[in-house]
Design a binder for this molecule. Structure first.
Ligand code: URA
Length: 240
């Protein structure tokens, strides 16, 4: 199924006219949908399914695909709309991106770092599907000093929500003031996985940042900002 949009947006997406000019065309009876002239505003059409004509000429909306990498700050929810009206990741992209995009997978409200967003549902499924096992690297600040036996348990897998996690790469980067900074790479995407893994060995995660998803790296993207993915980054997940 294609995206469902208002008729004036559809006409604007086709490049025929601006939204405002399209509304005027509708008022003037110049637009038809599936052969019937439409003069009221607000009618919805499906891209790729409905047949829209302006002055008897077929117009086609271009369903442009968008793929971005956002550096999500702490304190934003990874949903399109939050039931408690907290800030959402949509607030960070809406000023520049005017089509509807959605987050690929999720980061917790408190987690920061790399979040991919797109309007391409098939691509999003590939990125998050367990079969593709996109690796994800995190920096986590843990309360307390992580011991070597605990580190090894994290590497081998710990039971969370009744199921063992698959083998992970984990290194201690720094121990300071009773806190441990670790780098963890996992190949799954279970709910609150990193927090639950460290809780399973007795350590609370105080801070969490995602550094990459597959070949897409956060790099030095400023917090709250996004960039468009490159063609090879997009292709990487298509080929998987
Ligand atoms: N694991 C977590 O616990 N939280 C996230 O946001 C991402 C991975």
């Amino acid at each position: 199924m294609g995206e469902i949009v208002r008729l004036q947006k559809y006409i604007a997406m086709s490049g025929t006219a601006s939204r405002r000019a399209a509304e005027k065309m509708i008022d003037e009876g110049r637009v038809s949908v599936n052969g019937a002239v439409v003069t009221e505003q607000g009618v919805k059409v499906e891209i790729g399914n409905d047949r829209v004509e302006v002055d008897g000429v077929l117009v086609k909306a271009v369903d442009k695909k968008i793929y971005i990498a956002l550096n999500k700050p702490e304190g934003y929810v990874t949903t399109v709309k939050d039931q408690f009206d907290r800030p959402t990741v949509m607030d960070l992209v809406q000023r520049e991106i005017h089509t509807r995009i959605f987050p690929v997978g999720r980061l917790d409200y408190e987690t920061e770092g790399l979040l991919l967003m797109t309007n391409d549902g098939d691509w999003a499924n590939k990125v998050t599907h367990p079969r593709f096992e996109s690796s994800k690297r995190y920096y986590a600040v843990l309360k307390g000093v992580l011991t070597i036996p605990e580190l090894n348990r994290i590497r081998r897998g710990v039971v969370i929500d009744g199921k063992k996690t698959s083998p992970a790469e984990c290194e201690i980067l720094e121990i300071d003031m009773g806190m441990t900074l670790v780098e963890l790479t996992i190949h799954e995407g279970r709910n609150r996985q990193v927090r639950k893994m460290f809780e399973a060995v007795g350590h609370e995660v105080k801070k969490l940042r995602r550094e990459n998803v597959g070949i897409v790296e956060l790099g030095n993207l400023p917090q709250g900002r996004f960039r468009y993915l490159t063609a090879s980054e997009i292709e990487y997940f298509n080929r998987k």
